[in-house]
Design a protein around this ligand. Structure first.
Ligand code: HEC
Ligand code: HEC
Length: 312
C-alpha cells in the first residue's frame, strides 16, 4: 500500500510539474496504420453471430458500437444460451491504447484477447476448427477472404487478424475535450471546473494519458477498502498475491457517459454515483454536489465521434 501511495505521489509531482502541458493527450484525428480493406472484413465478423455456437451472439452483442459506447448496459453480459458472464463488459472503443487487455490485464495484445470470447463457453462457445469449418463452407466469407489475401482456405488466424484490424480502427476522435486540448474551442465553466477538480483531487494520477486510463494497474479501494469478491477476475485471480485483490487495469474514461453501469461489478448505475464511489474509495474524499456536477460535465466532454469505419 505504501509503495503504491508513494508511486502515485511521485507521479503526481511529475505531472503537475511537467511543463510539456496537459497530462491527457488528444486522440489522433486520422489513422494512418489501418489496412481498411482488412478492417472491413473484421467489421463483418465482429457483427456476425455465426462466430458463436448457437449463432445467437456476436462480438457486438456485448460491445454495442451504436448506443452503448462499445460496451453493453448490463451488469454482467449475456452470452450463448443466455448464460451470464462474470464481469461487466468494458468498451472496445480506443482499446488499442490500453497497455493490456481485460479488466485484470491478463493478455497484452488485442490479438491475444480476440480468441478469448470465441472460446469462452459462456460467451461464444466455439473453437478454432469449428470457426474455420463454418467460414470455409460460407461462399460469402470465402470470397471476402480471397479478395483480401488470395488464399483458398480461411484460417482462424486470418479471422482474428481481421477482427483486430477493425478494433484498431475503433478510435473516437474530436471529443469536446480533445478539441479544447488542441486549442480549437473553449470549455464551458462547468466543464473547466470539473477538469480542475479532476486534476487537483488526484483522479488524474490514475486516469491520464491518451486513453485517460488504460495504462496502469490500481487498486479499487486504495484508501477506503472495497469488498473483495473472488468471483470477479481481478489481478489476484492470475497472480494469487494478496496485495492484488481488487486490483484492476484502470479503465479508460473516454466515452464514459455512454457506458453505464460502471465498475467491474456494474455496481454504479450512474456516472455521478461512480464519481462519488471513486472519490470515497480511491481518494478518501467527499465531494460537494457542485463538484460532482462539474466532474460529471467534464467526463461528458470526453465523448468522441463515431469511428469513421462505423459510418461506412
Ligand atoms: C458475452 C459477451 C461478450 C462477447 C460475445 C464478447 N465480449 Fe469482449 N468482453 C466481454 C467481457 C465481459 C469482457 C471483460 C472480461 C474480463 O476482463 O475478464 C470483454 C473484454 C473485451 C476486450 C478487452 C477490453 C479491455 O479494455 O480490456 C476486448 C478488446 C473485447 N472484449 C473484444 C471482443 C471481441 C473482438 C469479441 C468477438 C470476437 C468479443 N469481445 C465478444 C464480453 C463479451
Ligand atoms: C488510485 C487510482 C484511481 C484514482 C485516484 C481514481 N480512479 Fe477511477 N478507477 C480506478 C480503477 C482501478 C477503476 C476500476 C475499478 C473497478 O471497476 O472496480 C476506476 C474506475 C473508474 C470509473 C468507472 C469506469 C468504468 O468503465 O466502469 C470512473 C467513472 C472513474 N474511475 C472516475 C474517477 C474519478 C472521477 C476520479 C477522481 C474523483 C477517479 N476515478 C480516481 C482507479 C482510480
Amino acid at each position: 500500500m505504501l509503495k503504491v501511495t508513494i508511486g502515485l505521489f511521485c507521479f503526481f509531482i511529475f505531472i503537475t510539474s511537467s511543463s510539456a502541458g496537459e497530462p491527457i493527450t488528444p486522440l489522433p484525428q486520422t489513422l494512418t496504420d489501418i489496412d481498411w480493406k482488412k478492417a472491413k472484413v473484421g467489421k463483418t465478423l465482429f457483427f456476425d453471430p455465426m462466430l458463436s455456437s448457437d449463432r445467437s451472439v456476436s462480438c457486438a452483442s456485448c460491445h454495442d458500437l451504436t448506443d452503448a459506447g462499445g460496451a453493453d448496459n448490463r451488469i454482467v453480459s449475456l452470452g450463448v444460451a443466455e448464460m451470464q458472464g462474470n464481469i461487466q463488459s468494458p468498451t472496445v472503443l480506443n482499446s488499442r491504447y490500453n497497455f493490456k487487455q481485460f479488466w485484470n490485464g491478463r493478455v497484452d495484445t488485442l490479438l491475444e484477447q480476440a480468441s478469448g470470447p470465441i472460446h469462452n463457453p459462456v460467451e461464444m462457445g466455439l473453437d478454432a476448427p469449428k470457426v474455420e469449418k463454418r467460414l470455409n463452407s460460407n461462399q460469402y466469407y470465402k470470397r471476402l477472404f480471397y479478395d483480401l489475401s488470395h488464399q483458398e482456405r480461411i484460417t482462424f488466424e486470418m479471422v482474428l487478424d481481421a477482427i483486430v484490424e477493425f478494433e484498431k480502427a475503433l478510435v473516437t476522435p474530436n471529443s469536446r475535450f480533445d478539441q479544447y486540448l488542441r486549442g480549437e474551442i473553449a470549455l464551458s465553466d462547468l466543464e473547466k471546473n470539473g477538469y480542475q477538480h479532476f486534476k487537483r483531487l488526484g483522479c488524474i494520477t490514475c486516469h491520464n494519458g491518451i486513453n485517460i486510463g488504460g495504462n496502469s494497474f490500481q487498486k479499487m479501494g486504495l484508501i477506503n477498502p472495497y469488498t473483495h469478491d473472488e468471483t470477479y477476475p481481478d489481478l489476484y485471480a492470475t497472480t494469487k498475491k494478496s496485495r492484488h485483490k481488487n486490483v484492476f487495469k484502470v479503465p479508460t474514461l473516454r466515452n464514459i457517459a455512454l457506458t453505464a453501469p460502471y465498475f467491474h461489478d456494474g455496481s454504479a448505475e450512474t456516472l455521478k454515483k461512480a464519481i462519488k464511489t471513486m472519490s470515497h474509495h480511491n481518494l478518501g474524499y467527499v465531494h460537494s454536489d457542485a463538484e460532482i456536477d462539474s466532474i460529471s460535465a467534464f467526463l461528458q466532454a470526453l465523448t468522441g465521434e463515431t469511428p469513421t469505419i462505423m459510418k461506412e
